[in-house]
Write a protein that binds this ligand. Structure first.
Ligand SMILES: [Zn+2]
Length: 489
């Protein structure tokens, strides 16, 4: 059996991939607009115009209304929605989480999704919210795993409908990981990360990062991952960099209903906008005031929201191709202090990120103190053992006429540290960094320099402070090397 998911390009833990379904191949990462079968603000067939390749709808809602159910069973889901591309169906788990109990069994909803011709079906898992007592998270996870295994037995692999295996476990990272490992053994086709919406609604991006990373650690890295319920473009770059491939947006319509205007830097209330900071067809043909007063304001807003959603996903994909996804993540995460917390948390997982990050890509751009914790910096510090230095060595930032007096010439560059001058043009040492390093960058560089010196006790080091360097670690360095200040020599 050929793989249904093929990864073509990588950056950080993010990737561009091709997902094969019964109704065609989609390029990931991508967003699936959520279609409410009862109320369609925008017709599913129009979704292609915005850049959508795939949509998602709710099979439980279809099964509950006679008219919809009968049409879907008779003519198929694609005919019901008038959409000929891939359609994923949700199972009613969301309704279960909101209303407590729903009138359908796991087996019934799986059979129904197969009968109407869904491309990706979801079993009736239990979306355990964040912060519940551990006992509840564990017992609900047991039930979810049983239902998912039952579903896997019911749906033949490689025969029409792909089957999603949602990863649950609330905010317990060990449960998320255990859940992911257990599901991987049963070979699901797509792995949604479930019950993360409450984290995003309360801007808990740091916790969201932990949930994604712990789940990913338990999954086969070549499997497609769906961040279930994530549709705000502001966090696409962050989530993609952590290895999420599929997203779904109910936000485009829900936000529009509340007169909220989505941008990649956050959300505006339409009434607060004096100008429209967007060049989509809607924003170019209306002023802010015209949009506020339009009879079909909600529909127009939904269209704008979709345009910016897909624009950002294209930007993320371009960043993967260029190898500067982490730069985009760092820019996006500066839009909100809680996003910045997400960025900082992401880099606490640099050890894991580093395993996925390509060893060579386009120029590293230093975007702020967080960049000092990037996987490339960590990778260099792990490889310091590889440098064997004997005899005399000069460490300096810029070439000096004294270079020739030494056996070894090392370049000092924050946030990396000191490395042989021959590597100057090699990734990541060809990084673009500020001329005046910040404290965090300098800390990393001096820590690495001190370790390099300690690893080579027989060599004699001279460290030239030719940059604008002032840092407490210089004192420690001066015990291991001759520290010279250009003014005094
Ligand atoms: Zn617009």
């Amino acid at each position: 059996m050929t793989s249904i998911f093929e990864i073509t390009h990588k950056d950080a833990a993010g990737r561009i991939g091709k997902l094969t379904t019964a109704h065609g191949v989609v390029e990931t990462p991508t967003v699936m607009p959520v279609i409410n079968p009862n109320i369609q603000v925008i017709k599913p067939s129009e979704m292609y115009d915005f850049g959508a390749q795939m949509i998602i709808t709710n099979s439980y809602i279809i099964s509950r209304r006679d008219e919809l159910r009968e049409t879907a069973l008779r003519d198929g889901l694609h005919s019901l929605l008038d959409f000929d591309g891939p359609i994923m169906t949700d199972s009613g788990s969301f309704q279960l989480s909101v209303y407590g109990d729903i009138e359908v069994t796991n087996q019934q909803i799986i059979e129904f999704q197969q009968a109407i011709g869904s491309d990706i079906g979801v079993p009736l898992d239990i979306p355990t919210p964040p912060d519940v007592p551990r006992g509840r998270a564990e017992s609900e996870l047991e039930t979810t795993l049983e239902r998912l295994k039952d579903a896997r037995r019911m749906v033949d692999a490689g025969n029409g409908m792909l089957l999603a295996g949602p990863v649950q476990g609330s905010t317990y990272t060990d449960l998320r990981r255990r859940s992911a490992i257990s599901l991987s053994e049963h070979k699901f086709d797509v792995y949604p990360l479930g019950a993360v919406v409450p984290l995003m609604e309360s801007y808990r991006y740091a916790d969201l990062v932990d949930v994604i990373v712990s789940s990913k650690k338990g999954l086969d890295p070549t499997a497609p991952v769906h961040l279930f319920g994530a549709g705000h473009p502001m966090m696409f770059a962050l989530a993609v960099a952590l290895g999420c491939d599929l997203f779904d947006s109910a936000a485009y319509a829900l936000y529009a209903k509340d007169h909220r205007y989505i941008t990649v830097l956050g959300t505006y209330h339409l009434d607060d906008l004096h100008y429209l900071p967007c060049s989509c067809p809607i924003c170019m043909s209306h002023t802010a005031q015209q949009l506020q007063q339009a009879d079909n304001c909600k529909e127009l807003l939904a269209r704008h929201n979709l345009y910016v959603t897909f624009e950002e996903m294209r930007r993320v994909k371009q960043a993967i191709r260029e190898g500067n996804l982490l730069e985009l993540v760092e820019q996006r995460c500066r839009a909100h202090p809680r996003m910045l917390e997400g960025l900082k948390r992401m880099y606490t997982h640099s050890e894991w990120l580093e395993q996925h990050d390509p060893a060579s890509k386009s120029t590293f751009f230093y975007c702020g103190p967080e960049s000092a914790d990037r996987p490339e910096v960590l990778r260099f510090s792990k490889r310091l053992e590889r440098f064997t230095i004997t005899g005399s060595a000069i460490i300096r930032s810029t070439p000096s006429k004294r270079d020739q007096d030494y056996d070894n010439i090392l370049t000092f560059k924050s946030p990396f540290g000191s490395y042989p001058v021959e590597l100057l043009e090699v990734y990541p040492f060809n990084a673009e960094v500020p001329r005046t390093p910040d404290h965090r960058s300098l800390t990393r560089a001096l820590e690495n320099t001190i370790r390099l010196i300690e690893l080579n006790p027989d060599a004699e080091f001279t460290f030239v402070c030719d940059g604008d360097i002032d840092h407490p670690l210089l004192e420690e360095l001066s015990r291991l090397a001759t520290v010279e200040h250009p003014d005094t020599t």
